[in-house]
Design a protein around this ligand. Structure first.
Ligand code: PMP
Ligand code: GLN
Length: 398
């Protein structure tokens, strides 16, 4: 009986207490309970390319079933290096400058655990992906935030410069950005790079949506002059190839930084699933520019469909420039805050979405009038969501 165990034995460690259960688990659970269309957690409800699944089955049948090389199977490390060269003209030594992880989530955790000392500060933006504060906290480090403000989420370079202090060791960047859909512009990246160089900061760059941009292409900050040496670039097989449940991700950068990530990774998970790494290598090696173009075109169609749905019921959302989320302003529709609105939308209307205050740490009220909808869903799902939203919320004049 838990009740008879001294409370110290069953309590969550102090450093994890602020985080509770993630908003993604909570909202997906609520969606399941109410049989709502789930536009909350960002996972595709369709399959990635069939040949990739077959490649994983083949890798298993061929006996690739034991622990892999800790930093990643050689084929995948080489495929990641090839991808970075083809897409961004970045030259990497696959054996020393690439690491494979259990998703970008583990890569980020390996970065904070491998690179930061307790008490170090990392500067990032809010809204932010929910795993970042926890990754910093588990390393004993502290995240500090600069708020990107609705509706354009422009970078306030002066606020960022002011936030840099003697303990700041790194900037944590996410572009294309979850949940705003912002793709950092070249000038913004130049400003960030300038500050990183001036203050001798590392950059941890989460680029899991690198192939999901609609207008201006994504630019990895590592490609800016003088930035490769100080940047860890992270990406995710799950996002680009629609296999989020495989949890395969990678990071690349100079050996000095990658050796720290790989050192931590040895003791967090040691390696990610071997046959899945073989399949990921084939995806990177065999899918050419057509795949990436079609990927973006399919998402552009889903984006347009969802935005039409939302705007017809007064949920004003700017066109996201990247990633697969639309961030709508709920003020024309409700007086409730985002948490109450998302609960009601799930329970009464039958469409689940994410309350974005979960992505704010400093200024939670900035997220209280917003609502995040994921469009990594089939057109059938998006049509079903449209029917429910149009039936459940009053239509407004365009
Ligand atoms: N970073 C961002 C910005 C994300 O949206 C996500 C969600 N998939 C991740 C990291 C996690 O990626 P992975 O599933 O590869 O761990
Ligand atoms: N990245 C996904 C999202 O933003 C969620 C991933 C997760 O559930 N941890 O919706």
């Amino acid at each position: 009986m838990l009740g008879s165990v001294p409370s110290r034995a069953v309590s969550v460690a102090t450093r994890l207490r602020p985080f509770g259960t993630t908003v993604f688990s909570r909202m997906t659970q609520l969606a399941v309970e109410h049989q709502a269309i789930n536009l909350s957690q960002g996972f595709p409800d369709f399959e990635g390319p069939a040949f990739i699944r077959e490649a994983a089955a083949q890798a298993m049948a061929e006996g690739h079933n034991q622990y892999a090389r800790s930093a990643g199977v050689t084929e995948l490390a080489k495929a990641v290096a090839g991808h970075q060269k083809r897409h961004y003209d970045i030259d990497l030594n696959p054996m020393t400058q690439v690491g494979v992880f259990c998703g970008a989530t583990e890569a980020m955790m390996a970065a904070t655990l491998g690179l930061l000392e307790p008490g170090d500060e990392v500067l990032t933006f809010e809204p932010h992906y929910d795993a970042y504060p926890a990754a910093a906290a588990m390393a004993g480090a502290r995240l500090r935030f600069v708020t990107l403000r609705h509706p354009d989420f422009a970078l306030d370079v002066e606020a960022l410069a002011r936030a840099i202090g003697p303990k700041t060791r790194a900037l944590l960047l996410n572009t294309p950005h979850n949940p705003t859909g912002k793709v950092f512009a070249r000038e913004e990246l130049d400003a960030l790079a300038g500050l990183a160089k001036k203050h001798d900061l590392m950059v941890l760059s989460d680029e899991v949506y690198e192939h999901l941009w609609f207008e201006a292409p994504h630019v990895p900050i590592a490609t800016l002059p003088g930035m490769f040496e100080r940047t860890v670039t992270m990406s995710s097989f799950g996002k680009t190839f629609s296999f989020t449940g495989w949890k395969v991700g990678w990071a690349s950068g100079p050996e000095s930084l990658m050796s720290a990530l790989c050192s931590a990774h040895q003791f967090i998970t040691f390696c990610s699933a071997t046959p899945l790494q073989h399949a990921a290598a084939r995806a990177l090696d065999e899918l050419g520019e057509n795949f990436y173009r079609d990927f973006r075109a399919a998402y552009a169609e889903r984006r347009a469909h969802l935005l039409t749905t939302l705007r017809a019921v007064g949920l004003k959302a700017p066109d996201p420039q990247g990633a697969y989320f639309a961030l709508a302003d709920i003020r024309a529709v409700t007086e409730k805050d985002d948490v109450e609105f998302c609960a009601e939308l799930t329970e009464r209307v039958g469409v689940a979405a994410i309350p974005p205050s979960a992505f704010y740490s400093l200024d939670k009220k900035e997220g209280a009038h917003l609502c995040r909808f994921a469009f990594c869903k089939t057109m059938d799902t998006l049509n079903a969501a449209r029917s429910k939203l149009w039936a459940g919320l009053p239509r407004v004049d365009p």
